[in-house]
Design a protein around this ligand. Structure first.
Ligand SMILES: *[C@@H]1O[C@H](CO)[C@@H](O)[C@H](O)[C@H]1NC(C)=O
Ligand SMILES: *[C@@H]1O[C@H](CO)[C@@H](O)[C@H](O)[C@H]1NC(C)=O
Ligand SMILES: *[C@@H]1O[C@H](CO)[C@@H](O)[C@H](O)[C@H]1NC(C)=O
Ligand SMILES: *[C@@H]1O[C@H](CO)[C@@H](O)[C@H](O)[C@H]1NC(C)=O
Ligand SMILES: *[C@@H]1O[C@H](CO)[C@@H](O)[C@H](O)[C@H]1NC(C)=O
Length: 770
């Protein structure tokens, strides 16, 4: 009983701890959808891994999926249906050569498909790492068959050697633009356009300095351009800052761009980009000093609007382990274009013989403007192509490719910040809600194999749900969206999945449907269903900005479920929380239930132990969820509990209330204890993972060092358990109530501890005040 009692206190911890998560810096998903087969269509093949390259062939109704040593053509409407596949395996000889160069034969000496692009003639261009000897080939899909032409190109400079190295590529007008490493060691980075008009970056640290390439995007800037501008290709990456005046290596984010029509210079910059310009990109996260690093981007454009109105969404993760936050920032295309077309340049200044400082360049800038594409003004001067550019312009750009101005995100702050599993990929879809307004919905993949669906409502971050796509946590390696089918496609090491943008039927009540604030979903009063907006003309109840559920009518009285129990027995009353943001409470006979030592409040219900006659009554489980406008209360479950009086029914049982044969028994109690213990372990684990409880081996506190030590001391020999079990003799109800205030107090204490380096005992003592 003692043990059970202390376990009960543990159950209250997450309740109290979730309150801490309301801090403005990050955001918690309203709903968590656990893995279920029916959440997604799944594709994987036995023995094949690393499904991390995708090409949408909406014209063929296919999803091309590149994995390790294989390419698949899957039905775009149901990717579990394989239409065709082709193997591209390394030969034994290639594998041996790779092995002899010191690489892992089972892991690195394989052919990882890394590039899949559509050619103008409908064929596809495929590249693979090919046992550290990258190669490219043409592939066609005809009569239900995928064929590699065996007409191979050297993949050097197009595809990485190392399957673990990041790269980026894009096909524009049949020309492959690639950003990767050109050599076996992975030490010679390049941004290049493949032959026939081959052109590349200078091998200089001021151009690319230990970069990690992320993505490439083509912008059709020549379209109706009044200045006769050219199309551009943008490259997002992170690299070691050359301009940093600092002791340690500092990595920063960059966006670089080149002009599509660039042919290189005549004498200076021969076969090199004359239009390579780059600028720093920031995503300021409140608590971090080091810049967060870019991991993926998504270009969102309204087809009705000019390219200047496009937005780039990007996910960022910290560059050191001291933080477990991830963020999403969005950038206006126009802000980026302006920095390149009008901004100042940075220039290196030799301060001492060996020391170079990068400062804003304020001298004369040659004409044509260095790095600009050939436009009407240049043509007027007789400069029809980059080969005609004067040396002065070319020398300038060769030495000063970095812009001075830093590109800040739209609104100057992240759209989404979340503590926990790192963000890996992002897709954004715009949808019109019932209020007639358009909302950008972010779908963010994480290292745990979850997809977060989130919206930023007037600077309020809101995560509608978090869906677990895979059985066990594994990083989302690629995310794609098909405008044509309206499905999302995600790939990981173990498989690929296809999920809808919205699953409105996850909400079964009007309240839940409206409080979910999902712009795709609304409550259909007549049908009594949460429905996809696009599937109906009817007016639906929705309130995405405010979460105002006042139009939801009372569902009417729900019928209580009958439960009966023997004295001395145990009974669990289920009450699943409709939302992570809701709290539940119990009433008996319309009065708040006074919890005694025989009651266990569970995450998803109430456990009555060692029942007595006084436990009979009508139980209500009430959920309370606060939205922006109001607090909404709804009855989740109702139970009519009767306790069989001793002597009723089977007389012989009365003298053995804890009979072994049926009903609640010692075995049952043991099972409950075992279950609780398992849950407890899980819970403690979860809390440790979330950073609510300190763990010696994994410190998730932002300020690292000191506080980690503090926590470790309090942790090493299990004093943590003690601290949590101490308040066992206080009534549980008061524990709930004091939970919130105490918790705030605690987080303050924790913050204090970080600043002042208070001894660990302080921390424990505070905890015990719960
Ligand atoms: C490929 O998948 C395997 C199995 O999950 C994993 O161990 C390996 O790290 C992956 N390789 C790459 C390059 O991601
Ligand atoms: C540039 O093009 C114009 C018209 O196409 C032509 O008249 C002119 O000679 C060209 N200039 C050079 C330097 O090639
Ligand atoms: C159950 O409750 C009765 C009295 O209500 C008490 O005598 C008994 O010791 C309790 N049993 C357990 C296992 O706590
Ligand atoms: C919520 O919606 C109802 C009905 O539309 C409206 O009367 C009420 O003012 C709204 N409440 C708030 C706080 O906006
Ligand atoms: C556990 O705590 C005691 C004091 O309470 C201390 O003497 C002992 O060294 C600690 N054990 C470990 C493994 O740190």
């Amino acid at each position: 009983m003692h043990l059970l009692l202390s376990l009960g206190v543990f159950w209250l911890l997450p309740l109290a701890l979730t309150l801490e998560e309301d801090s403005p810096v990050d955001c918690f998903p309203r709903r968590t959808v656990l893995y279920h087969r029916d959440n997604a269509y799944l594709f994987y093949e036995e023995g094949v891994y690393n499904y991390s390259t995708m090409l949408l062939r909406e014209d063929l109704g296919l999803l091309m999926l590149g994995a390790r040593e294989a390419v698949y053509a899957l039905d775009l409407n149901d990717i579990s249906k394989k239409q065709a596949s082709v193997k591209w395996e390394v030969t034994e000889q290639q594998q041996n050569e790779c092995k002899n160069k010191g690489k892992d034969p089972k892991l690195e000496c394989k052919n990882y498909i890394r590039i899949l692009h559509k050619m103008e003639d409908g064929r596809m261009y495929v590249c693979g790492t090919n046992a550290f000897d990258p190669e490219c080939d043409y592939m066609s899909y005809m009569d239900g068959k995928l064929t590699l032409e065996k007409n191979t190109d050297d993949g050097k400079g197009r595809c990485p050697f190392d399957p673990f190295q990041r790269h980026a590529s894009i096909m524009v007008d049949n020309d492959l633009y690639s950003a990767t490493s050109m050599n076996f060691l992975g030490s010679e980075p390049v941004l290049m356009r493949s032959p026939p008009q081959s052109i590349r970056t200078e091998f200089k640290s001021s151009w690319l300095n230990e970069p990690a390439f992320v993505s490439m995007i083509h912008m059709p800037e020549s379209d109706k351009s009044p200045t006769g501008d050219d199309d551009k290709v943008y490259l997002f990456f992170s690299e070691t800052a050359v301009e940093c005046d600092c002791y340690n290596k500092l990595v920063v984010n960059r966006v670089a761009r080149v002009c599509k029509g660039d042919l290189g210079g005549e004498r200076t910059l021969q076969k090199k980009w004359t239009s390579f310009l780059k600028a720093r990109l920031d995503c300021p996260v409140l608590e971090s000093q080091l810049p967060f690093l870019i991991q993926d981007t998504y270009r969102w454009c309204d087809p009705q609007r000019p390219w200047q109105d496009c937005l780039f969404y990007a996910v960022f993760t910290p560059q050191s382990d001291t933080s477990d936050l991830s963020a999403v920032c969005a950038y206006n295309m126009l802000d980026i274009a302006r920095v390149f077309s009008e901004g100042k340049y940075k220039a290196p200044v030799h301060v001492e013989t060996s020391f170079v400082k990068w400062v804003m360049y304020s001298g004369d800038v040659p004409v044509p403007r260095p790095g600009a594409c050939i436009d009407n003004d240049a043509r007027k001067e007789g400069i029809n192509q980059t080969l005609d550019l004067p040396d002065r312009t070319l020398q300038f750009i060769r030495d000063k490719p970095l812009m001075d101005q830093v590109i800040e995100p739209k609104g100057e702050e992240p759209l989404l910040v979340r503590r926990g599993a790192k963000f890996t990929r992002i897709i954004v879809n715009q949808v019109q809600a019932a209020d007639g307004k358009m909302y950008d919905v972010m779908f963010v993949g994480t290292e745990d194999g979850t997809i977060l669906k989130a919206v930023n409502y007037d600077k309020e971050m809101f995560i509608i749900e978090e869906v677990h796509l895979f059985k066990s946590p594994e990083p989302i390696k690629i995310l794609q969206f098909s405008q044509k089918t309206g499905w999302l496609y995600a790939g990981s090491d173990s498989g690929a999945v296809q999920i809808p943008l919205a699953t409105c039927r996850r909400s079964s009540s009007c309240m839940d449907c409206v409080l979910a604030r999902d712009p795709y979903c609304g409550w259909d009063k007549d049908a009594g269903k949460c429905t996809d907006l696009s599937s109906t003309q009817k007016e639906l109840i929705q309130s995405v900005k405010d979460g105002n559920a006042s139009l939801c009518q009372d569902t009417g009285p729900i019928k209580p479920l009958e439960e009966s129990i023997w004295p001395g027995g145990n009974l669990k009353l289920d009450c699943p929380k409709p939302s992570n943001l809701a709290t539940t409470s119990w009433e008996r006979d319309n009065r708040p239930l006074t919890l005694s030592s025989r009651h266990e409040l569970l995450q998803d219900g109430l456990l009555i132990l060692n029942a007595s006659l006084a436990d009979a009554g009508l139980y209500h489980c009430v959920s309370i969820e606060r939205s922006k406008t109001d607090e909404y209360t709804s009855t989740v479950a109702m139970y009519d509990v009767t306790v069989m009086p001793p002597g009723s029914g089977k007389g012989d049982r009365t003298s053995f209330p804890e009979a072994q044969r049926d009903g609640p028994s010692v075995a049952g109690l043991q099972a409950v204890v075992a279950l609780l213990t398992i849950c407890l372990v899980g819970l403690v684990g979860w809390n440790c993972y979330k950073g609510h409880l300190p763990v010696p081996w994994k410190n998730r506190n932002k300020n690292g060092g000191q506080s980690q030590e503090n926590h470790e001391q309090g942790d090493l020999n299990g004093s943590r358990i003690q601290q949590d079990t101490r308040p066992e003799n206080k009534p549980l109800v008061s524990a709930v109530n004091s939970g919130s205030s105490n918790n705030n107090h605690n987080s303050e204490e924790a913050a204090d501890a970080e600043n002042v380096n208070q001894p660990s005992l302080q921390y424990i003592d505070d905890e015990s005040e719960i």
